[in-house]
Ligand binder design. Structure first.
Ligand code: FES
Length: 219
């Protein structure tokens, strides 16, 4: 068994050389690659999710509440380049007949009987061309032969917001429109056909005097 105790040197004996220190191996160089940082992840937290759902619901509710009102006030596109439309004699209604739609010119042709209309306006009788564009927001107004209102049947009634106009001149009696239906000027031709000038630039603003704007017609 080895002993760690150094043996004492006899006095006068030459000094023993120190054993050479054991050579240390050179430290190895480790080439460690630099780590690339992981990009930050966008985590949808529960709080964020609930908040998003809440505000989305509020937004949809607001659109539902305000949307119809905005749609109500949004003006429809109004077309109506000025041009003449000719209506042959056989299409022209007789005095007091139902209005005749002329789709090509977007107007109704009326032939009023002379006298006082059911609404109390005076008319000399004759032809009147009513633009089908509602003066409210521009919807196309149909003739409703079956619609009964104020004890009478047969009205022009706008499908958009319910403006209602008389058969005798398109006078406004109900609804949000600002005035009666607008009128196109017309001329009777030699062959008893008529020429109607249509379009935005030539339309005459409708008013309670519409029934007095008729053009005499004897065919
Ligand atoms: S467009 Fe509104 S009542 Fe006709």
């Amino acid at each position: 068994m080895e002993s760690n105790t150094e043996e004492p040197q006899p006095e006068g004996a030459p000094a023993q050389p120190e054993p050479a220190a054991a050579e240390q191996p050179a430290a190895a160089t480790v080439d460690t690659p630099v780590a690339t940082p992981v990009p930050k992840r966008h985590v949808l937290t529960r709080r964020l999710f609930i908040l998003g759902g809440f505000w989305t619901t509020i937004g949809l509710a607001m659109v539902g509440l305000i949307g119809p009102s905005l749609d109500f006030f949004y003006p429809r596109k109004v077309t109506g380049a000025a041009r003449d439309v000719f209506v042959s004699k056989d299409l022209i209604p007789g005095p007091g007949d139902e209005p005749v739609a002329i789709p090509e010119g977007r107007f109704f042709l009326l032939n009023l009987e002379p006298g006082v209309t059911p609404n109390g306006e005076e008319t000399p009788g004759g032809l009147l061309a009513l633009w089908r564009k509602c003066p409210h927001l521009g919807c196309t107004v149909p003739w409703r032969a079956d619609f009964t209102f104020l004890g009478r049947t047969g009205w022009f009634r706008c499908p958009c917001h319910g403006s209602t106009y008389t058969k005798e001149g398109g006078i406004l009696v109900a609804g949000p429109a600002p005035r009666p239906m607008d009128v196109f000027p017309l001329e009777v031709q030699d062959d008893n056909s008529i020429k109607v000038s249509t379009g935005l630039t030539v339309a005459e603003k409708g008013g309670p005097e519409n029934p007095s704007k008729t053009v005499p017609y004897d065919a």
